[in-house]
Design a protein around this ligand. Structure first.
Ligand code: SF4
Ligand code: SF4
Length: 106
């Protein structure tokens, strides 16, 4: 009996959302017309061993590595609050939470 295999189109990595970058900025509305949520990323330097996992796992390139290899927030407006950085940090040294409307930015 012949087994028929259907060819699937080649797919690259799953969508990282990079194509959505234009026009998606802090304070703007999302595609459903709702205000875009803003997230704050906190890094506890005392616990961070500068492994870079959070930087590598962030699908939105919100984080990059500083001169010593530690994470730094470079594109906070792109954060979707997915929590991947927090989830993969072995030392609980990074956390993400939604900014509440009306609170002043630090
Ligand atoms: S919550 Fe998601 S998008 Fe935001 S910095 Fe962490 S990994 Fe990146
Ligand atoms: S994953 Fe955690 S320990 Fe590693 S660089 Fe990021 S915050 Fe630091």
């Amino acid at each position: 009996m012949a087994i028929r295999r259907e060819e699937k189109p080649q797919q690259g990595h799953k969508n990282t959302g990079l194509a959505e970058e234009s026009g998606e900025e802090r304070g703007k509305e999302n595609s459903q017309g709702k205000p875009k949520k803003n997230y704050e990323i906190e890094i506890y330097r005392a616990w961070c061993k500068e492994c870079g996992l959070c930087v590598e796992f962030c699908p939105r390139q919100v984080l990059s590595r500083n001169e010593t290899g530690g994470p730094q927030v470079v594109r906070p407006e792109r954060c979707t609050g997915c929590g991947w950085c927090e989830l993969h940090c072995p030392d609980f040294a990074i956390s993400v939470h939604e900014k509440k409307a009306g609170l002043p930015e630090e």
